[in-house]
Design a protein around this ligand. Sequence first.
Ligand SMILES: CC(C)(COP(=O)(O)OP(=O)(O)OC[C@H]1O[C@@H](n2cnc3c(N)ncnc32)[C@H](O)[C@@H]1OP(=O)(O)O)[C@@H](O)C(=O)NCCC(=O)NCCS
Length: 217
Amino acid sequence: MTPPAEPSEEIALARAMAAMAPAGVRTGCRIIREGDETHLLPAEARSIPARQPSMRRASGAARLIAHRLLTDAGFDGFALLRGPSGAPAWPEGITGSLAHDDDMAVAAVAAVAGIGSLGIDVEPALALPDEIFSLVAIPEDRIDAADRQLAGRILFAAKEAVYKAAYPLDREVLGYEDIGVDLKAGRATTMTGRSASLVYCTAPRVVVLAFVEGDRV
Ligand SMILES: CC(C)(COP(=O)(O)OP(=O)(O)OC[C@H]1O[C@@H](n2cnc3c(N)ncnc32)[C@H](O)[C@@H]1OP(=O)(O)O)[C@@H](O)C(=O)NCCC(=O)NCCS
């Protein structure tokens, strides 16, 4: 269990994400609070199958951030429905992504033009347990450039972010073994021929943003 997030972490993470995001990419974060499920618009609430209250709270917190980012991008009041695959349905011309860990939600939004398809993941800034690392890492991965303690965690988050960016383009389910990551180069490639660029921060949370290019390599 990670200790509950402090309000100061929300501010620090918002700054860290804004600092790493390329121009044109809007980001935000929010500590998941009691009652955050009420931020789901009625159509959003209907699109999310009945699940644990904690999951609906997390989805509500992520959508509250997304609503604000979409308003800034000119899409006030847009209902961000969850599709049958789990992927959210963004407005035409917009790419975006949501993620949550136990107590922090994050979102990122950008215009498709110039950015491609984006994905995000958030993870606690803790070493990844060895048994999970062995499920996630493949020989092609290059993680030596990253913080030694957190390298496995960043790798895990990078693969999830790449998957969330690639899925809306290809509608193909990928496993960890299908995505090779080079953290030093800030690049990833998928077995399905997609290439992605990566940026990440590690404090106060590990957050990875992935940008998958429109054309397959
Ligand atoms: C997408 C997936 C990896 C998300 O992982 P998670 O740890 O459950 O949850 P996260 O908090 O990181 O992200 C949740 C958000 O991902 C987004 N998401 C879910 N499925 C998605 C998909 N197919 N494409 C893009 N985004 C997706 C949703 O916005 C979701 O938020 P919501 O439930 O509030 O709408 C997982 O749901 C999934 O589909 N896994 C199957 C494939 C897999 O695990 N492969 C190994 C990773 S490469």
